[in-house]
Design a protein. Structure first.
Length: 130
């Protein structure tokens, strides 16, 4: 029984150390971070906040299909006071003031057999200064 309790503790501790920030957690400038729709990250040592509003369109080629074009996931963000749209393949980065916001990847990857619910999306971002 003590082993089970220890295993449960380790599992909960690992879940608690997720890299997904909430609106009160800061992320380092230049480091990747994960957001789900509706979440906000504060970039440390700046006054910049990045909110992943939603995936407004997902035309990425499903992993189990043959496509002529790779497609894009279009992400709506709020960066500071600006509304920003990033495209996963064709326009993954956009300058905002003295910073650049880039989407590194969008998960999950689409397959023809599975519809992705809006809340199931996760996006990996990085903010750099230019």
């Amino acid at each position: 029984m003590p082993f089970r309790a220890l295993s449960a503790f380790v599992l909960f501790a690992a879940v608690g150390c997720s890299t997904t920030p909430s609106s009160t957690v800061g992320v380092p400038l230049g480091s990747e971070f994960i957001l789900k729709p509706g979440e906000t990250a504060r970039v440390q040592s700046t006054d910049l906040r990045v909110t992943f509003v939603q995936v407004s369109n997902d035309s990425r080629c499903p992993g189990d299909a043959l496509c002529v074009w790779a497609g894009d996931a279009i992400l709506a963000l709020r960066v500071g006071s600006a509304d920003v749209e990033l495209r996963s393949n064709t326009a993954p980065a956009q300058p905002v003031g003295t910073y650049t916001v880039r989407v590194q990847r969008v998960e999950p990857y689409p397959f023809t057999s599975k519809i992705i619910a809006p809340d199931d999306y996760r996006a990996v971002f990085v903010v750099t200064q230019h």
